[in-house]
Design a protein around this ligand. Structure first.
Ligand code: NCD
Length: 307
């Protein structure tokens, strides 16, 4: 269904294609033998020009579980980028070695550029503060599993909404579902960019509000998407230090939340969710990380054309 396709932005796949991917993810999760050797002989190149734990390892685990192999690098220092090679040249060459490329790069638009020079599908594993579509697949499938559907949900986003690429991708993607409401909670310095609110949400008639007070809105939220303040995108360390602990989800705050709330976080967590919340049945971020591997298996099997 998705054979040969790249995934660069959060809306590259249609809602119907996403539904199919969610079904496939469920099948993979429920039957560990399903598709087990389907990617035998296939190679995934993982080019990580920025740090990553979950995204890189879940892609590698996904490919290995499908019977395929992976190669690549986890930091630019060990690649020819450090000698001054252009991304276009790197990608041209790597695409002649591998069947698909997954790439994370600090520059916005890098994945799109890579896809123009690649002869194989390119998956964007994060381009600067712009987008992170496979985290969105992970977030969506988790919400679908835990809430049943997207329509009618009130989704709260809290933290660094300016630099948080996972927020940009998830808000864009959710705006395609009917009757979704969004609440954006951030300090004034870290509000969600206008290209999302004006460019995407308004255009899709999504009702949204912006506030800097989590305690005022938490009671009306169905899915709370917490994020870390993105230190690496700040030009000024003092500004980061001032803003880094703007929000901390504590048991006290959780008392104001609904009993059916779902708390998500793309991870890594720094300080924004108190560890005491981990045992609260509403905390779903570790489950979410597990879904990340299953949906990446579904994605790889689909774009490599084995399913
Ligand atoms: C996110 C990212 O890289 O944008 N991490 C991830 O892929 N799970 C979120 C973050 O780094 O804060």
């Amino acid at each position: 269904m998705l054979e040969g396709r790249s995934l660069i932005g959060p809306d590259d796949f249609s809602v119907t294609e996403l539904d199919r991917l969610f079904e496939l993810t469920e099948q993979i999760k429920n039957d560990k033998r399903y598709l087990r050797r389907s990617c035998r002989g296939k190679l995934l190149a993982a080019l990580f020009f920025e740090p990553s734990t979950r995204t890189r390892l879940s892609f590698e685990a996904a490919m290995l579980r499908l019977g395929g192999s992976t190669l690549g690098f986890a930091e630019p220092g060990s690649s020819s980028a450090s000698k001054g090679e252009s991304l276009a040249d790197t990608v041209r060459v790597v695409s002649s070695y591998a069947d698909a490329i997954v790439m994370r790069n600090p520059k916005e638009g890098a994945a799109l550029l890579a896809s123009r020079y690649s002869s194989v599908p390119v998956i964007n594993a994060g381009d600067g503060g712009h987008h992170h579509p496979t985290q969105t697949l992970t977030d969506l499938v988790t919400i679908k599993q835990l809430c049943g559907q997207f329509s009618g949900l009130t989704v709260g986003f809290c933290g660094d909404l300016k630099f948080g690429r996972t927020v940009h991708s998830l808000a864009s993607s959710l705006s395609r579902y009917a009757d979704v409401k969004m609440i954006f909670v951030s300090p004034g310095e870290l509000t969600i960019p206008e290209y999302i609110t004006q460019g995407i949400l308004k255009k899709n008639n999504i009702s949204y509000t912006e506030t800097d007070r989590l305690e005022k809105v938490i009671g009306g939220i169905d899915v709370l998407y917490m994020t870390r303040v993105q230190r690496e995108r700040f030009l000024n360390e003092e500004e980061y230090i001032r803003l880094k602990d703007s929000y901390i989800l504590t048991p006290k705050l959780m008392r104001f939340a609904q009993s059916g709330l779902v708390v998500l976080h793309p991870l890594p967590r720094v300080n924004e969710i108190s560890v005491e919340i981990d045992d609260d049945p509403r905390a779903a971020y570790f489950k979410q990380a597990e879904y990340g591997m299953y949906i990446r298996m579904a994605l790889l099997a689909s774009i490599l054309g084995v399913v």
